[in-house]
Design a binder for this molecule. Structure first.
Ligand code: NAP
Length: 546
C-alpha cells in the first residue's frame, strides 16, 4: 500500500499557490452532436467555465461532419476536446491514427484545449509535427482506475508528463481510502506547471471540491446526477451552490463530516450555507473515512479545522482526541472535534443536548405547557441502539430523571450500556412484548428505516401502541415508517430532523466560537430541503457576536 502523506506537510504558505482561479469544467457526454451542443449551452447557463466534449461518447461520430458544428463560433463555452480510447477508460475502440486526425481537426477549428493520453503522447506529438496552434493548450493525461500510487511514483509520473511538452498535466487516480487524496494534494501544491489532479470514487470526493485550495487548474462537475463522466463526480450545481467552490482559496479552512456511510448527510448543505451566511472563509465536505486515527494523523494541518463525527466513528473519536469534554467522555461518544490553535484535537458531544431538548420540547408542545421542569422525569425511556447516538440519548434521559432501558441487536452492547446507565437491557425480540406501563418514551438510535431502506422499522406497529412519545434519530426521510406508524397509534412523535438541527447548531458554535440564534439557524435548515433550488439566505444566521 502506498504510504500516507500528512497534509500538515502539504498545506503551503498562501503565496506558494497564488495561481489562477480553478476552472469548473462540465463534461458533455450526449450520444448525438445536437444534444451535446445543448449540454454545452446548459453548462454555460449553470456557470461553468469550460465544457469537455467527449467525442468518444458520440454514436456514429464523423469528425469532418460533426466537429465544425460542435466547435462553431461564437461558442457558449471554451471547449476541451477529449476522444478517450477504451484502454484509458473511454469508449473509442479503434486505431490511433483516425483519433489523432480528429483531435488535430479540433485544434484547427479552434478548440481551446485538447486532451491526449500519456501512453500515446509522444506518438501524437510526432503526428502533429509541431503544427499545434499556439492558442490550443495540450492536456496530457494519465488515468489510474485501480489505486493512487505513492508520492514518489506520482512525482515521477508528473515529470514524465511534463517531459512530453504538455501545457497542462492531468493525473486522475483512484482512492482506496481517503488518505490517498493527501498525496494528490501534495502533488498539486508543489507542481510548477498547471495541473489537474483528481482522485476518483467516493473516497476521493474531497479532491474534487478542495482542488481550488491546493491550486488545481480545473475540476469537473457533471451537468446533472446520472451524467457523470467519472465515478463520484459531483454535479456542477453542487460545486457552485453547496460547496461554494468559487470562494475556496489557499486560506479556506476545511471542516467536514467524518462517517461511513456519509453520502446521506445533510450536514454539508447546512454548514456550508451557515458559513456563507456569516461570511466565514470555510468549506464543509463529506469525509468517507475507514480508519479515523489514520485520517486525523494524515489531515493534521491547522487548515483541517473541525469535524462532525457520525456512524461508526463516534466512539473511536473519544480515543483519537487529545482532550474530551467531560460529558462526551461520560457518554463515551464524540460527535464534534475541533482543532484548537495549539493543534490539539478537542472532542464534544452535541447529540445529547440536541436530542433530549427536541424530545422535551415535543412533549411540552403536545401538552401545551411551558414548564421548565423536564417532562422526562420519572418516565420509562426505552432506547433502541447502543452506539454513539444511543449512548447520548441514554445519558441525557438519565440526567433528566428518566428510568432508562436499552435494547440492542448485539445484546452484549445493550448490557454494557445498561450497566453504565443503571437500567435493564433487552434483546430486540424481547422489546416486541415489552409494555410494563403506560406513557413510555421510545427513542430509535439505529439506522433502521434510513434512506434507502425506508420500508424498514425497528419495532412493529402493534408494539408501538404502548408508547406515548416516539423519537427517531433517523432524519432521512423526515417522516420514517416508525414515526408514521407511531403517529397512527396516537403517540407524540419527534423527528430526527429536530435533533439534527439542534446538534448542528451546537457544532457550528464550536466551529466558529460564537453563538447562533436558534430560530434563524432553524429557518436556514428548513430552507435547505433542496440545496440547488433553495434561495440564498444571506444573513439568515446572524453575524457571530464577537
Ligand atoms: P453507531 O454508533 O454505529 O451505532 C449504530 C447502532 O445501530 C448500534 O447499536 C447497532 O447495533 C445498531 N444497528 C445498526 N444497524 C442495525 C440493524 N440493521 N438492525 C439493528 N440494529 C442496528 O451509529 P450512531 O452514530 O449511533 O448513529 C445511529 C443512527 O442515528 C444513524 O442512523 C444516524 O444517522 C442517526 N443519527 C442522527 C442524528 C441526528 O441529528 N438526527 C445524530 C446522530 C445520529 P449493534 O451494536 O448490534 O451493531
Amino acid at each position: 500500500m502506498a504510504a500516507a502523506m500528512s497534509v500538515s506537510a502539504v498545506v503551503p504558505p498562501a503565496a506558494a499557490v497564488a495561481r489562477a482561479r480553478t476552472l469548473l469544467c462540465v463534461p458533455a457526454t450526449a450520444r448525438a452532436p445536437r444534444e451535446m451542443a445543448a449540454e454545452v449551452a446548459a453548462a454555460a447557463a449553470l456557470g461553468a467555465d469550460v465544457a469537455e466534449l467527449r467525442l468518444d461518447r458520440l454514436s456514429g461520430f464523423a469528425p469532418r461532419r460533426d466537429l465544425p458544428a460542435l466547435l462553431a463560433k461564437p461558442r457558449a463555452l471554451p471547449a476541451l476536446v477529449t476522444y478517450r480510447p477504451k484502454w484509458e477508460g473511454g469508449e473509442y475502440d479503434g486505431d490511433d491514427e483516425p483519433r489523432f486526425e480528429a483531435l488535430q481537426l479540433a485544434m484547427e477549428l479552434g478548440a481551446e484545449y485538447v486532451d491526449i493520453e500519456l501512453k500515446v503522447a509522444d506518438k501524437f506529438m510526432k503526428f502533429m509535427s509541431g503544427k499545434k496552434p499556439e492558442k490550443c493548450k495540450l492536456i496530457v493525461s494519465s488515468h489510474n482506475y485501480d489505486n493512487t500510487p505513492s508520492a514518489e511514483e506520482l512525482g515521477s509520473l508528473l515529470a514524465q508528463i511534463q517531459a512530453t511538452g504538455a501545457d497542462i498535466v492531468k493525473i486522475a487516480t483512484t482512492a482506496t481510502e481517503i488518505v490517498d487524496v493527501s498525496r494528490m494534494f501534495q502533488i498539486l501544491v508543489h507542481c510548477q506547471v498547471p495541473i489537474i489532479g483528481l482522485v476518483m470514487n467516493d473516497r476521493g470526493f474531497i479532491s474534487r471540491v478542495l482542488c481550488p485550495k491546493f491550486g488545481g487548474y480545473l475540476t469537473f462537475g457533471s451537468l446533472a446526477k446520472g451524467k457523470e463522466s467519472a465515478p463520484a463526480q459531483p454535479t456542477a450545481a453542487d460545486l457552485i451552490n453547496v460547496y461554494n467552490i468559487r470562494q475556496i482559496g489557499p486560506d479556506t479552512r476545511v471542516f467536514g463530516i467524518i462517517g461511513k456511510p456519509v453520502g446521506h448527510s445533510k450536514s454539508p448543505i447546512l454548514h456550508n450555507e451557515a458559513f456563507r451566511s456569516v461570511g466565514m472563509d470555510a468549506v464543509y465536505v463529506p469525509f468517507l473515512v475507514d480508519d479515523l486515527a489514520r485520517f486525523l494523523t494524515t489531515y493534521s494541518s491547522p487548515d483541517f479545522a473541525g469535524f462532525s463525527c457520525t456512524i461508526p466513528h463516534k466512539e473511536a473519536a473519544v480515543r483519537c482526541c487529545d482532550e474530551v469534554d467531560p460529558i462526551a467522555r461520560d457518554i463515551g461518544a464524540v460527535n464534534t472535534i475541533v482543532r484548537r490553535s495549539d493543534g490539539k484535537l478537542v472532542g464534544y458531544n452535541t447529540d445529547y443536548v440536541g436530542a433530549i431538548s427536541a424530545i422535551e420540547d415535543g412533549i411540552r408542545a403536545s401538552q401545551s405547557t411551558h414548564s421548565t421542569a423536564s417532562p422526562l422525569a420519572g418516565r420509562l425511556f426505552v432506547v433502541i441502539g447502543a452506539g454513539g447516538a444511543g449512548k447520548a440519548l441514554a445519558y441525557g434521559a438519565k440526567e433528566k430523571g428518566a428510568r432508562v432501558v436499552i435494547a440492542n441487536r448485539t445484546f452484549a452492547r445493550a448490557q454494557e450500556l445498561a450497566n453504565l446507565i443503571g437500567g435493564p437491557a433487552l434483546t430486540l425480540s424481547e422489546l416486541e412484548n415489552y409494555h410494563p406501563e403506560e406513557g413510555m418514551v421510545l427513542a430509535n438510535t439505529t439506522a433502521i428505516g434510513m434512506h434507502p431502506n425506508v420500508n424498514d422499522t425497528p419495532l412493529s406497529k402493534q408494539a408501538l401502541k404502548s408508547y406515548a412519545v416516539v423519537f427517531d434519530a433517523v432524519y432521512t426521510p423526515k417522516e420514517t415508517r416508525l414515526l408514521r406508524e407511531a403517529a397512527e397509534c396516537g403517540a407524540t412523535v419527534v423527528s430526527g430532523l429536530e435533533m439534527f438541527i439542534r446538534q448542528a447548531m451546537g457544532q457550528f458554535e464550536h466551529f466558529t466560537g460564537t453563538p447562533v440564534v436558534d430560530n434563524e439557524f432553524r429557518a436556514l435548515a428548513n430552507s435547505l430541503e433542496n440545496p440547488c433550488t433553495a434561495k440564498r439566505t444571506q444573513g439568515a444566521v446572524p453575524k457571530p457576536r464577537l
